[in-house]
Design a protein around this ligand. Structure first.
Ligand SMILES: [Zn+2]
Length: 234
């Protein structure tokens, strides 16, 4: 039977900032009754399937305020955010995820993935009651080097990578699987293609390093203290 997308998910697509803010008010409506946010009893809250979800099915469009890289840095420096919270949707573009969207945890053996800008979908059939998780590294651009962001992982899967880094730190075999399943955001796919082109791959890496340096310098100044930033254990 074909899966019919609930209209509320379409309504969450936004064209302008005004449009987005207006729709954000109804944000909770995009959590369909089939998704439950609750304590995982292991690593804080998580999102669970309230009923079975079919492979390929849209789970949720992750949403929030669209912000620039500079705004993201500002919020991290103010202590309002950590580098973990906003979802990267371009080299210099982020979504400052709202509460339900940031409740999804990471797994090194995920049952969900991201496609287009921020559409979370099922990578395989998911049973009711299962926790829904995606691979955070798939959403972290090559410009976010390990000196800016890493995350310890205790997901418990047999292929747990223990320490997460950006998209380029995902083992090749796993990355190929994500590609095959369509579990890469549009912009990440584009960046990977640019790197793979070979010829200007070097230039591309230079560009990433330049942005990384900019972020590192920006985070170094004033009262920013990396030690104070809470890193989720999962
Ligand atoms: Zn893991």
């Amino acid at each position: 039977m074909p899966f019919i997308l609930p209209s509320s998910i379409y309504e969450l697509k936004f064209n302008t900032l005004e449009d987005m803010r207006e729709k954000e008010k109804d944000n909770l409506s995009c959590i369909r009754p089939t998704l439950i946010i609750k304590d995982t009893k292991k690593y804080g809250i998580g999102v669970f399937a309230g009923e079975s979800i079919k492979k390929g099915q849209l789970i949720k469009v992750l949403s929030g305020e669209i912000i620039s890289l500079d705004e993201c840095i500002k919020r991290v420096r103010m202590g309002e955010e950590t580098m973990d919270d906003p979802l990267q949707i371009g080299l210099r573009l982020y979504i400052d995820l709202d509460y339900p969207s940031r409740a999804f945890n990471h797994s090194c053996n995920p049952n969900a993935g991201l496609r287009n800008d921020s559409e979370l979908f099922a990578l395989r059939d998911i049973r009711g009651g299962e926790e829904i998780a995606y691979d955070y590294s798939t959403t972290v651009g090559p410009n976010i080097t390990s000196s800016i962001w890493t995350m310890k992982c205790k997901c418990g899967s047999k292929d747990c990578r223990k320490l997460l880094g950006n998209i380029l730190t995902i083992p090749e075999k796993t990355l190929q699987q994500y590609k095959k399943s369509g579990a890469l955001q549009k912009w990440i796919k584009w960046e990977l293609e640019e790197i793979e082109k070979g010829g200007d791959g070097g230039l591309q890496m230079e560009k990433y390093e330049e942005i990384a340096l900019y972020i590192r310098n920006a985070l170094k100044t004033t009262n920013f203290n990396r030690q104070k930033i809470k890193l989720p254990v999962h």
